[in-house]
Design a binder for this molecule. Structure first.
Ligand code: NAD
Length: 497
């Protein structure tokens, strides 16, 4: 099912042909439609993926449901589900270089990032959840009966897997996001149909081969590719799907929540952000300046927790903004296969145009560009890292998620404003505070309305830490022990002895 493509000027990459993994078999979309895939660094067409319709999604969900109900799945020992995940982990480790090359080709991110961050996270997440598979436990509850009928009452809970999960993922960390849905689903006894982003599906398809090689039962993990409004929506609307685990934009998340409410599906929504990086005057600026730059420019700003609002205490405003702009100018943009490249392209022309239009709106509304503010070159979707200074919270660029390498710096004129400035957003995903005053750091951490607060660091993710957002940044949490609640439900059994 896999074609070997020789990349001009680079190592060969296996590209899954335009097939989907349904019920353990590779198949085309029922109506044969495909979607072309382009390398964002060169704009060259590199592959086609299948464009699933409702009929394909139905076949995948039926397969996941059959496997979920089967004696094989229901009776499989939790430790053996963990063992399957461990086999998959080892296969990913063994194929990490090839997977990383494919991720770089499809998504554009530097190979060193694909290899050392994305693949490492993927392996960590799988191994972490594999360990959880045998640790799902209920509780035993002593009751206080309302009337004395001579009986003794006791109750216990057991945690039951929610059933068939529909996983829907974006394009910024494609393989990592796929595993983020697949691993807890399998660990906690669910089965899953995963739809990766149409912008970056290739590593998830290659993962499909490794899933078969690991001997994971047919139908337990299905991969359908296609457009969100077709394949994604069909998954959300399917009555046999009991839970949607979604990562993507707030607009799509809202649509999914609305559709899911009709069948009262369980949902976890990991959505967009507008996270503040807060630099106080007493911070160690030698660490805070590169920290603030990395908070926004990592993965070309295509990170949901990107520190896109830089709030700086007025007395160090110029030093910090100039320092971040200097780093931005020095970052090397280019094809991710060049070992010296630090920033890759944006995912698509559409994304590049959106970033450019938001920057233009910021400049029009009075922000001063210190660097960047334009496309880099004429081939590939490269946008120069951009620092806009002198922003105000009411600007469009201060309020909307950019999802690109663009930071808006705003001064903090009075430290009593920090809480309100940081919280002046519809989003609530992340925030970082840079200071040497640890009391102040913890006080602020408790005041910022968001899912994760970092102190003297930013964007540190660990699968053991719960992750998710407040306000328009989402619903529910993934990772850590929270994943148990996301993929299983308690059933209470009450008895009279
Ligand atoms: P997107 O919402 O456009 O697409 C995400 C996924 O949803 C894709 O697979 C897409 O095909 C699918 N989709 C689109 N319409 C759908 C519909 N009607 N029904 C079902 N599925 C549908 O997002 P994107 O542009 O791929 O990703 C960028 C966004 O993701 C940003 O807003 C970013 O902040 C967010 N994100 C959030 C997190 C997090 O953990 N909070 C992580 C990464 C990215």
């Amino acid at each position: 099912m896999v074609a070997m493509i020789e990349r001009a000027g680079g190592p060969a990459v296996r590209i899954p042909a335009s097939k989907m993994l349904i019920d353990g078999q590779w198949c085309d979309a029922a109506d044969g439609r495909t979607i072309p895939v382009f390398d964002p660094a060169t704009e060259e067409k590199i592959a086609d993926i299948a464009a699933a319709g409702a009929a394909d999604v139905d076949r995948a969900v039926q397969a996941a449901h059959r496997t979920f109900e089967s004696a094989l799945w229901q009776k499989m020992r939790p430790l053996d589900r963990g063992r399957l995940l461990e086999k998959l982990t080892l296969l990913i480790e063994r194929n990490a270089e090839e997977l990383a090359r494919l991720e770089t080709l499809d998504n554009g991110k530097p190979y060193t990032v694909s290899r050392n961050i994305d693949m490492k996270f993927t392996v960590d997440a799988l191994r972490y959840y594999g360990g959880w598979s045998s640790k799902m436990a209920g509780e035993y509850i002593q009751l206080s009966p309302l009337f004395d009928d001579g009986g003794t009452y006791r109750a216990y809970t057991e945690r039951k897997p929610v059933g068939v999960v529909g996983g829907i993922t974006p394009w910024n960390f494609p393989l990592g996001q796929a595993i983020q849905k697949i691993a807890p689903a399998i660990a906690f006894g669910c089965t899953i149909v995963l739809k990766p982003s149409e912008e970056a599906s290739l590593t998830t398809l290659r993962l499909g081969e490794l899933i078969l090689e690991a001997g994971i039962p047919e139908g337990a993990i299905n991969i359908v590719t296609g457009y969100g409004h077709e394949a994604g929506q069909a998954l959300v609307d399917h009555p046999l799907v009991r839970k949607i685990a979604f990562t993507g934009s707030t607009a799509t998340g809202q649509r999914i929540l609305e559709s899911s409410s009709r069948q009262m599906k369980r949902v976890t929504l990991e959505l967009g952000g507008k996270s503040p990086t807060i630099v106080l005057a007493d911070a160690d600026l030698d660490k805070a300046i590169p920290g603030a730059a990395n908070a926004i420019f990592h993965n070309s700003g295509q990170v949901c927790t990107a520190g896109s609002r830089l709030l700086i205490e007025a007395s160090v405003f110029n030093e910090v903004t100039k320092g971040v702009a200097r780093i931005a100018r020095e970052l090397k943009l280019g094809n991710g296969f060049d070992p010296l490249v630090q920033l890759g392209p944006l995912i698509s022309a559409r994304q590049m145009d959106r970033v450019a239009s938001l920057v233009a709106s910021g400049v029009e509304e009075g922000a001063e560009p210190l660097c960047g503010g334009e496309r880099d070159g004429s081939k590939g979707y490269f946008y120069r890292p951009t620092v806009l200074a002198g922003g105000r919270p009411d600007m469009r660029i201060a309020r909307e998620e950019v999802f690109g390498p663009v930071v808006l710096a705003m001064p903090i004129n009075d430290v009593r404003q920090i809480k309100s400035l940081a919280n002046d957003t519809e989003f609530g995903l992340g925030a970082s505070i840079w200071t040497r005053n640890i009391d102040q750091a913890h006080l602020l951490a408790s005041q910022i309305d968001c899912g994760t607060v970092w102190i003297n660091t930013h964007n540190v993710l660990d699968v053991a830490m719960p992750f998710g957002g407040t306000k328009l940044s989402g619903l529910g949490r993934e990772f850590g022990t929270e994943a148990i609640h996301a993929y299983s439900e308690p059933r209470t059994v009450c008895m009279r002895l």
